[in-house]
Write a protein that binds this ligand. Sequence first.
Ligand code: CUA
Length: 331
Amino acid sequence: MLSNIQILPEVASTMAGKVDALYFFITAVSVFFFLLVMLLVTFFAIKFRRRSKDERPEPIHGSLKLELLWTVIPFILGMAMFGWGAVLYFDMFTPPVEGMNIYVVGKQWMWKIQHPEGNREINELHVPVGTPVKLIMTSEDVIHSFFVPAFRMKMDVLPGRYTTAWFEATKPGKYHLFCAEYCGTKHSQMTGSVYAMEPVDYQDWLERESVATLSMAQAGEQLYNQLGCGTCHAQEAEPRGPSLYGLHGRAVELLTGNAITADDSYIRESILLPAAKLVAGYGPLMPTYKGQVNEEELLRLVAYIKSLNLDTEDSTSESRGGKELKEHRNE
Ligand code: CUA
């Protein structure tokens, strides 16, 4: 009968069991010491009760042994919790290199999701089991938080920057998705479902639902051409603008003399606030594209610029969209 009572959410990711184990350890230690202290308080209250009016207890002058004991044991337990927690934290916040990227935009009050292949969904996320999935997330308005209890995964989604989180689903099924940061009137309705599927079913789903004929990178390329980005950013560096080929993930030397790694956030910032981090050798010529592109479109532009790496080097990673794009261009 007890097995019907569910204290914890389902365990459906590689991280879930590890989080639960640490949680159980901390709970067990807390319960053990709570009971120990309560029992001793009761026991001593009875054992050392005052038996007559003029009874005077023996004065106590301390005990080094006792002091050491109740300092060293909690120290060891505290450090064990800290060490264990830190290792798990780094695990949770370091996405594996292999695996797939999925792009998430939160807005009042829905989750908009894009797959590199071009599939888009709202308040639903389809993923394959057994593959690490990295979420690249941002918000169009206020702070939201992407929370999937069955995966023990929660990450704030902030306006104006990208946050990432990752998980690897282990069990096919449908799981709750919540917004875990109060974000306005309909915060409680900002929910959805994550569908973990067998890889074959996921491929089927991708193809079946593929209403968008363009991959994210291809849609990004289209937008890139519409906005005329190519006028200044060609394959070879031009006096007006640096080349974007091979840019993603590379160190960029800035006008200030500092270097920065060209990650998703840097590319996004350079589109919206071009003068913020000028590349060495270039002046503040680029106009801002703030107001002309929304967050979803920005993610597509980022996906396109990432895909340009595949043209310059023999990279096997990144999105399938990028590879398709390459084939498409070679035709
Ligand atoms: Cu979005 Cu709460």
